[in-house]
Ligand binder design. Structure first.
Ligand SMILES: Nc1ncnc2c1ncn2[C@@H]1O[C@H](COP(=O)(O)OP(=O)(O)OP(=O)(O)O)[C@@H](O)[C@H]1O
Length: 252
């Protein structure tokens, strides 16, 4: 089966700083993969390269077997339209009511777009009663659901989740993790999630890849993370200060 997303030996540097140093990654259609790794290891850069927002220095990135590097203009816009994104902060427009946020990328008349918004709100467990509220009138967890409704409204083939549970209490985080898992399964979307939150990994992932020093140093099924036999994965999964991963901490 052709992978939905395939990165082969991807390199990317900014000036002297090498961020990606030979990333290999393969995501199957309808698979939910979670990329873990410390701050600044290049998780966002990887996703921006897949989206075609950043161009790798070398290596190839293919989506459905088509090289992203060769795309420009309309073809690149069509490529980017296949993705839905859930950003860390939700990135809702507070000047617009909820329903306009959810239907932002949809075409058609206002009545149809409002109906589509309400349908997508229902998929994330929200009622039509909040459709006319402003995002600032909602709790953080509800805002996250609205952002999720917006991300799925365009029925993307691939969804990116960037730290989907940041800023949520553990119970709301669990609700969002469940929602993501169910949406991805029901809508058969390929999902790529970046997170530091191990409870998200355990809920959302089919498979996990760990990025460290510009490379994927471990890749395996979700249930393999506890017995990865890799000291880097072990340290990250258990959140230990001691281990092969060294944090740069400036002492005062
Ligand atoms: N446009 C850019 N220009 C220069 N450096 C950049 C640019 N984008 C990213 N970087 C650098 O690349 C490195 C990786 O950044 P990236 O945002 O991918 O990290 P991350 O793994 O997503 O981190 P976090 O978990 O903290 O969000 C960082 O050192 C960052 O400063």
């Amino acid at each position: 089966m052709t992978p939905k997303i395939q990165l082969s030996d991807v390199h990317k540097r900014f000036g002297p700083k090498v961020v990606l140093n030979g990333v290999d990654l393969s995501v199957a259609p309808a698979e939910s993969m979670v990329i873990i790794g410390g701050s600044g290891t290049g998780k966002s850069v990887t996703i921006k390269c897949i989206l075609g927002l950043l161009r790798p220095d070398s290596g190839s990135i293919k989506v459905d077997g088509v090289d992203v590097a060769g795309l420009s203009g309309r073809a690149l816009a069509a490529h980017q339209a296949r993705f839905g994104m859930l950003f860390q902060g939700g990135a809702l427009f507070d000047s617009l009511p909820v329903w306009r946020n959810v239907s932002f990328a949809l075409s058609g008349g206002a009545a149809d777009r409002r109906a589509a918004a309400i349908d997508n709100l229902a998929r994330v467990g929200l009622g039509a009663d909040i459709a006319d509220l402003r995002p600032s009138e909602l709790s953080g967890g509800m805002q996250k659901r609205v952002a999720l409704a917006r991300a799925i409204a365009v029925r993307p083939e691939i969804l990116f989740f960037d730290e989907p549970t940041t800023g949520l209490d553990p119970i709301m985080a669990d609700v969002i993790n469940d929602l993501i898992r169910n949406l991805v399964t029901d809508l058969k979307i390929t999902a790529l999630t970046i997170t530091h939150d191990m409870s998200s990994v355990r809920k959302i992932a089919d498979s996990v890849a760990m990025l460290y020093e510009g490379r994927i140093i471990w890749h395996g099924p979700r249930d393999g993370i506890d017995s990865a036999g890799n000291p880097y994965v072990d340290q990250f999964v258990h959140g230990r200060a001691e281990g092969p991963i060294r944090m740069q901490v400036r002492r005062l």
